[in-house]
Design a protein around this ligand. Sequence first.
Ligand code: NDP
Ligand code: ENO
Length: 439
Amino acid sequence: MQHEETLVEMESVQLGIIGMGDMGKLYARTLSAAGWKNVNVCDMPNKYDQLRQEFEGTGIRVMKDGHLVSRQSDWILYSVPAEFIDTVVATYGPSTKIGAIVAGQTSVKAPEIAAFEKHLPEDVYIITCHSMHGPTVSSRGQPLVIINHRGSQEKLALVERILGCFESEIAHLSYKEHDRITADTQAVTHMAFLSMGTTWKHQDSFPWFDPTYTGGIENVKVNMTMRILSNKWHVYAGLAILNPSAKAQVRQYSLSVAALFKLMIQEKEAEFVARIRAAGEFVFGNRGNREQILLSDNLLDQYSLGSVPKEKRKPNSHLSLLAMVDCWYQLKMNPYSHMVCQTPLFRFWLGISEYLFLNEDYLQDAIQAALYDKEIREDDMEFMMSARGWQECIALGNMEGYRMRFEDTAQFFKNRFGEAAVIGKQMIEMITRKTTTTS
Ligand SMILES: NC(=O)C1=CN([C@@H]2O[C@H](COP(=O)(O)OP(=O)(O)OC[C@H]3O[C@@H](n4cnc5c(N)ncnc54)[C@H](OP(=O)(O)O)[C@@H]3O)[C@@H](O)[C@H]2O)C=CC1
Ligand SMILES: O=C(O)C(=O)Cc1ccc(O)cc1
């Protein structure tokens, strides 16, 4: 497009955002800063005055409700909790301007597409999206999924121009592909970290004081768990419970944890080692020409919430990581093919799994600790029970149960969230730099 035409488009096209939570605000501010002159936004009607004050003088137009945003806007983004997408689209969808493009930011697309198909008029387009990062992370270089579900080439090109200002890596997928891949990159990854959090809580132990969990790749486990627990529960509950592909993947993770744990407590070394080796060969033998993510123990040492000296550290069975690789193997999944929907958390998770499996000494230590170190068994037992608990909660579709488990666990750690957020941000900046230089 010519420069002139771009300016005219930015002056004339009306953009709308329904739901001004963290992601809605990120979108509104980024679009407005990029030069889109008409950004219309709303949240719940009772937040109107507060939002108007917050955005006074920014050029962003705060409206009373989603009817007003929908009537006027040529592109509309629903940025509300996945749990409420059906109700919100049912309310405002019929007011959508003829010929507009409708999108959603929810982290799981099956319910969003179902709501769009059910409640939107036929004469509007559906081209939805998903930024694969949280609101405090720079969008540059992170994946941004675009799903052209019911759109034309011309409308798709407009969407790409609108979203271009995020400088993200665009990935075009169907909504089913999106949900299948994010069940792995998000639902299972979060469940593994949450299970660690629940384990430490049940053990009444802060990992930063425990020689088993300080330094190196343990810092990923601790800081990413704190990061998840300091966020909003509904984001994690929605993307796990409402994703049709997540139940099977989460179930396999829980089964893998249990199967390995049973072999460990019986000290069935040959069977345990054979299973780990087969899983490692399947996942990491198939990396092809891919470069390693290269997360090393030394690199990760600096991001610690604790100060246990290196010589006092104790070996860890890494049951959470062994089970992850076993889960990929049992499901015959190649996690590297999921990088298209990677989040920083997933990259860390795959990076430390890779580090464990590609360093023979490290893997040997973990296998020995898993089979013969009696001290770590109680943590591993708690981890197995925590993973089962999260899995059952997700399988039952229990949003309220999820909220209670999440908030209860978060409460235990809340005094360290401030520090963990600072370190977590530094870690994400580090992995993002590595992503943009290696991919
Ligand atoms: N946070 C993250 O890291 C990411 C989140 N997402 C997804 O983006 C979506 C938004 O997440 P996020 O911004 O973090 O969540 P928030 O809870 O911060 O924002 C959601 C907003 O939607 C509002 N809302 C609810 N119902 C309505 C309605 N009927 N009309 C207008 N507004 C409404 C909520 O109001 P109230 O609080 O009063 O209910 C809230 O302000 C979710 O679906 C999430 O899964 C996607 C990528 C990253
Ligand atoms: O990186 C993660 O997994 C996060 O926790 C942030 C996040 C949450 C929800 C999304 O839909 C995308 C990113």
